[in-house]
Design a protein around this ligand. Structure first.
Ligand SMILES: Cc1ncc(COP(=O)(O)O)c(C=O)c1O
Length: 449
């Protein structure tokens, strides 16, 4: 790790991809599923904090964190030590069939840290999609109603049940037949692009009213809806932050109709937005909360947290061999400890610094920047072709992402034309400022092409 620690980052010394990376890419192309969505040829050798070293010795500043997973950064010594210690005790036993104390410790931690001061139960899985599958099954099981309401441009995973909710890109559904679950999609509260033509002044939360005023009266009887599933901040759909009243009105509607409110905090949870869970910004408590990504300290782990009175299903109704793996749980407990001892606060502070920097970029490139938005370290910059049509500029957005890669800054897109920033939550001031500067250079270069 000494090269990483002592060298100014980023540091690009070969053309990209470098010679060793090219060898790996050739092998990958031969053996690995082409369904993966790699945007540029980053081949990692190791990482430390917010820095990645590739197989050719190039150093990158990582503002994606393995798609918003690595809250404590790459290879944090505390996390690595915890993983090694648990691995030398026992690596697997299956929490579905046997007991161990760490499962109960993490379930209790989740009851305490998720919004809602009431008893809860926790079901563990391995991925975001699994957490969603659990929430869907639980909602059907409890309510015995066949329908679900979800939102356009949402992403909830790619397994068949979760895919029925997912609606962020047609490619994710193309060729997979009809939805396996009866889901009705409606527009999300993307206020800058309001589907109902409203502005904040004229808005009466039409995006929630449509459910009672139109859906319930036409195609979706209220008493057939088990749950409404929503991301408190829309992630893959473009890092869209809805107004608090959107979630508050959804809560009120669900209460009126006996519908369960499910929050998908797979991406927005675990400190990403500067609070432990994004729904805390709106002060809204769901009936079921799904979280994954950062919860496992980099290892595969997810949790579906429900009000105790809802999670009363019989033994055998739902479980997974690996869900709640002891090593992932140990890493998770350590992640919680570190979040509570400073990292959550860093997410809030560095998030504000990043958003301010991106705001200046938005001003500088105001002819092509439609919006700069975010909460904590979950922020995005949306690009358009021009400020008259406000047409999403997908090509420009991709070019900026690739220019950033060439300069040693790891970014990803979200939605049609948004660059998203989701660095490790341990990111420093210098790293934030460097990323903003490199982003600036990348936009300038992409606009010249
Ligand atoms: C909000 C949200 N839900 C669910 C998922 C699916 O998670 P996974 O890829 O771990 O199945 C994702 C993944 O990006 C996500 O962002």
């Amino acid at each position: 790790m000494s090269a990483i620690a002592s060298t100014k980052v980023p540091f690009i010394k070969t053309e990209l991809p470098g010679p060793r990376a090219k060898e790996v890419l050739a092998k990958d192309e031969r053996y690995v599923s082409p369904s993966y969505t790699r945007s540029y040829p980053l081949v990692i050798k190791r990482g430390q904090g917010s820095v990645i070293e590739d197989v050719d010795g190039n150093l990158f500043l990582d503002f994606n964190a393995g798609v918003a997973v690595l809250a404590t950064g790459h290879a944090h010594p505390e996390i690595a030590k915890t993983i090694a210690a648990q691995a030398s005790e026992f690596i697997h036993i299956s929490s579905a069939d046997y007991y161990f104390e760490q499962v109960t410790d993490l379930a209790r931690k989740l009851e305490e840290t998720t919004p809602g001061d009431f008893p809860k139960r926790v079901h563990f899985g391995n991925s975001g999609a699994e957490a969603i599958e659990t929430a869907l099954k639980l909602a059907f099981h409890v309510r015995r109603r066949p329908k679900i309401i979800a939102f356009f441009h949402s992403f909830h995973g790619r397994t068949l049940g979760a895919l029925s909710l997912t609606s962020s890109r047609a490619a994710q559904r193309q060729g997979f037949g009809r939805q396996t679950i009866d889901v009705t999609h409606i527009p999300y509260a993307n206020c800058k692009r309001c589907a109902y033509g409203k502005t904040p002044d004229s808005c009466a939360v039409e995006c929630v009213k449509v459910i009672e005023d139109r859906l319930f009266k036409t195609t979706v009887p209220a008493d057939e809806v088990a749950a409404i599933v929503v991301e408190p901040v829309q992630g893959e759909g473009g890092y869209v932050v809805p107004p608090a009243k959107f979630l508050q009105e959804l809560r009120a509607l669900c209460d009126r109709q006996g519908i369960l409110l499910v929050f998908d905090e797979v991406q927005s949870g675990m400190g990403r937005t500067g609070k432990m869970f994004a729904c805390e910004h709106a002060d809204v408590v769901p009936d079921i909360l799904c979280t994954a990504k950062a919860i496992g300290g980099g290892l595969p782990l997810s949790a579906t947290v429900a009000r105790e009175e809802l999670m009363k299903w019989q033994p055998g109704s739902h479980a997974s061999t690996f869900g709640g793996n002891p090593v992932a749980i140990a890493a998770s407990l350590k992640t919680f400890e570190m979040l509570e001892n400073g990292i959550l606060e860093n997410s809030r502070l560095m998030g504000a610094r990043l958003l301010a920097g991106l705001g200046q970029i938005g001003e500088k490139y105001k002819d092509v920047v439609f919006d700069v938005r975010g909460l904590g370290l979950m922020s995005g910059v949306e690009f358009v072709e021009d400020r008259v049509s406000n047409k999403p500029a997908a090509d420009l957005c991709n070019r900026i992402m690739v220019e950033a890669f060439q300069r040693g800054l790891i970014l990803q897109t979200a939605g049609e034309s948004t660059i998203r920033f989701s660095p490790p939550l341990i990111v420093t001031e210098t790293e934030v400022d460097t990323a903003v500067e490199l982003f600036d250079q990348s936009i300038a270069a992409a606009l010249k092409k």
